[in-house]
Design a protein around this ligand. Structure first.
Ligand SMILES: [Zn+2]
Length: 138
């Protein structure tokens, strides 16, 4: 997993709910965060997923999720995800969103700046395309 503060990459046991970064020593949430009611916080950060249920509301400045975000209720935050974002049919979204892929179901209300990076989560790096055949003779 990655530390969402400093970007340090390290191993963590699969059963851990939370851990701390060996590099910057800050506490990290590992497990998924499921929001079922109003959750007025300044930031939501996890190395897992953030799930906002139908009855859930997240009103925050920043949301960071490494494995993805699923919103069925209300999301009112600037969201950065390195996993896919899914916005359900009755969801309301207000704020920025940066994610590799975004699925918006019909009927969802969204407002904000969406940046879809198209990058898959960094499991397969080093994919090369064979188009680099510049011929500079002349
Ligand atoms: Zn760190």
């Amino acid at each position: 997993m990655h530390c969402y503060y400093c970007g340090w990459r390290f191993e963590v046991s699969a059963r851990a709910q939370s851990t701390s970064c060996p590099k910057c020593n800050r506490a990290l949430m590992v497990s998924d965060i499921v929001v079922q009611k109003l959750s007025p916080v300044s930031s939501v950060q996890t190395c897992g997923r953030v799930v906002v249920k139908r009855s859930g509301r997240v009103i925050a400045k920043n949301v960071t999720a490494q494995l993805g975000v699923e919103v069925l209720g209300v999301m009112n935050a600037d969201v950065a995800s390195t996993g896919p974002v899914v916005i359900g049919p009755k969801a309301q979204w207000k704020g920025r969103c940066v994610a590799p892929t975004v699925v918006v179901n019909k009927g969802a209300q969204i407002a904000g700046y969406f940046e879809i990076t198209g990058k898959a989560p960094s499991s397969s790096e080093g994919v090369e395309s064979p188009t680099d055949a510049a011929d500079a003779s002349g």
